[in-house]
Design a binder for this molecule. Structure first.
Ligand code: NDP
Ligand SMILES: N[C@@H](CC=O)C(=O)O
Ligand code: NA
Length: 431
């Protein structure tokens, strides 16, 4: 190993600025751990002229990614610019030319992670991606190192900072969805296209990465059932509150008898549930292992310095591996065959908000339809709608399987006493 480790940075936005700042501010700690200084040699950006808050030597900037990729003196590429197809090609080039890679890019790792990890191994290079899931929380290391002796059966968490920030502010301050989304963008939490955040795709990518590692199974992004939170209304949040629940965008990966379900959806949690008190851009992942039992990982899921901490910590691991001569050993072939549950094997409770005609016979028609699908009520609330001859009925069901629930849902929309199904969500907690 040379007398210093030379880094090439792709991207100098929210995360890239944090990386520069940590490498500068924590140089003493980094040097102490790996025995040599770390220097940033080149930084690729889209626009060199742009004004930047990060204090970076402007002579390091280039708008030619190749200047970084083909610099013979760079040992490690840190990719914090985002993108999938072209970024994949850049990282393949880097790995094939013997450069180690650290990335925060879940869009890329959720889809092409296995291929990139294989190419890294073939070329004796490290590829780490801790920042790609739950920002600053060391959850990937928690699974691959801390819990490596265990058999993980459940991972459930809040893995998107933007949507947690939005739901927190809508619930606690009554802010509008549009206003808080704008704030989350200004704070650097949201993706360049925030659709991925609010429609659940960002969380789904993270859950696919978690399920691959935690279950040692080849789970793809297409295996994740995804529902976003952009249509959650203030009325839904108020009813949750009245019923003693908090709404969160929850990622769930569960394995029973070797069969897996994996989903992202807005979910009602009882107020006393540990994930219900995770607020703002914070994330948390509950992990259940057969031997360890319940564990919980908590911390900032987005933002400049928290995410950059995960990136630079990966860099430290690469540097330690370089020093020990053990790079290129990140990937492990999956232990288990991919096996997904069918709907009838997926068990949950559900919240339904229905607009019904406020007249005799309505209640009986609704209850008998529920009964005929073997779905029973745990909680029921009926509220008149002012000035109209309709009422809102809010139901929390007992546990049922997803097949029964979906059949019921389809029939509800055909029932003539039901004007509309306003919303429906999964409910977690309590058998
Ligand atoms: N923000 C967060 O909290 C987190 C982000 N991530 C991931 O980290 C990555 C970076 O996110 P973030 O820092 O927020 O993104 P930003 O949009 O803030 O920054 C992106 C940076 O990459 C540069 N860039 C983009 N495309 C190119 C290109 N084609 N060539 C050269 N430079 C390019 C931009 O240049 P210029 O400045 O000139 O526009 C900018 O500096 C993404 O993959 C994101 O998903 C992961 C966890 C948390
Ligand atoms: N947009 C993401 C950033 C971190 O992954 C989020 O909001 O969680
Ligand atoms: Na992380």
């Amino acid at each position: 190993m040379s007398v210093e480790v030379r880094v090439g940075l792709l991207g100098l936005g929210t995360v890239g600025s944090g990386v520069i700042s940590i490498i500068e501010r924590h140089q003493e700690e980094l040097r102490h751990q790996v025995g040599c200084p770390v220097t940033v040699r080149k930084v690729a950006v889209r626009n060199i002229e742009k004004q930047r808050p990060a204090e970076v030597d402007r002579s390091l900037l280039t708008d030619q990614i190749e200047d970084v990729l083909f610099d013979q003196e760079i040992d490690v590429i840190i990719e914090v610019m985002g993108g999938v197809d072209s970024t994949k090609e850049y990282l393949l080039q880097a790995l094939k030319s013997g450069k180690h890679v650290v990335t925060a890019n879940k869009d890329l790792m959720a889809v092409h992670g296995t291929e990139l990890l294989n190419v890294a191994a073939e070329n004796g290079c490290d590829l780490f991606y801790e920042a790609s899931v739950a920002g600053g929380i060391p959850i990937l290391r928690g699974l691959t190192d801390g819990l490596s002796a265990d058999r993980i059966t459940k991972m459930m968490g809040i893995v998107n900072g933007t949507t947690n920030y939005i739901l927190t502010k809508m619930t606690q301050d009554g802010s509008s969805y549009e206003d808080v989304l704008k704030q989350a963008q200004e704070l650097g939490f949201a993706e360049s296209d925030p659709t991925a955040d609010v429609e659940g795709l960002d969380a789904a990518r993270k859950m696919a990465i978690l399920a691959n590692l935690g279950f040692s199974m080849n789970i793809s992004l297409n295996d994740v059932s995804i529902k976003g939170m952009s249509s959650v209304t203030k009325a839904d949040l108020d009813y949750c509150d009245q019923l003693g629940y908090t709404m969160k965008l929850i990622g769930l990966a569960q394995r029973d008898d070797g069969r897996v379900e994996i989903s992202v959806e807005p979910t009602l949690l009882p107020n006393k549930h540990p994930l219900a008190s995770v607020h703002n851009e914070y994330n948390a992942v509950y992990v259940y292992g057969e031997a360890v039992g319940e564990t919980m990982f908590y911390g900032p899921g987005a933002g400049s310095l928290p995410t950059a901490t995960a990136v630079v910590s990966d860099l430290v691991t690469v540097m330690k591996n370089m020093r020990l001569g053990v790079t290129g050993q990140t990937i492990q072939a999956p232990l288990h065959q991919r096996s997904l549950k069918e709907d009838k094997e997926i068990d949950s409770k559900y919240f339904l908000r229905l607009r019904v005609l406020d007249k005799a016979g309505t209640f009986q028609a609704v209850t008998s339809l529920f009964a005929s699908h073997e779905v029973s009520f745990e909680k029921l609330l009926q509220m008149p709608v002012e000035g109209k001859e309709v009422a809102e009925v809010i139901v929390i069901t007992h546990h049922t399987n997803k097949e029964n629930y979906l059949n019921l849902y389809n029939k509800l929309s055909e029932l003539d006493v039901i004007e509309s199904i306003e919303s429906c969500y999964r409910v977690e907690g309590g058998k």
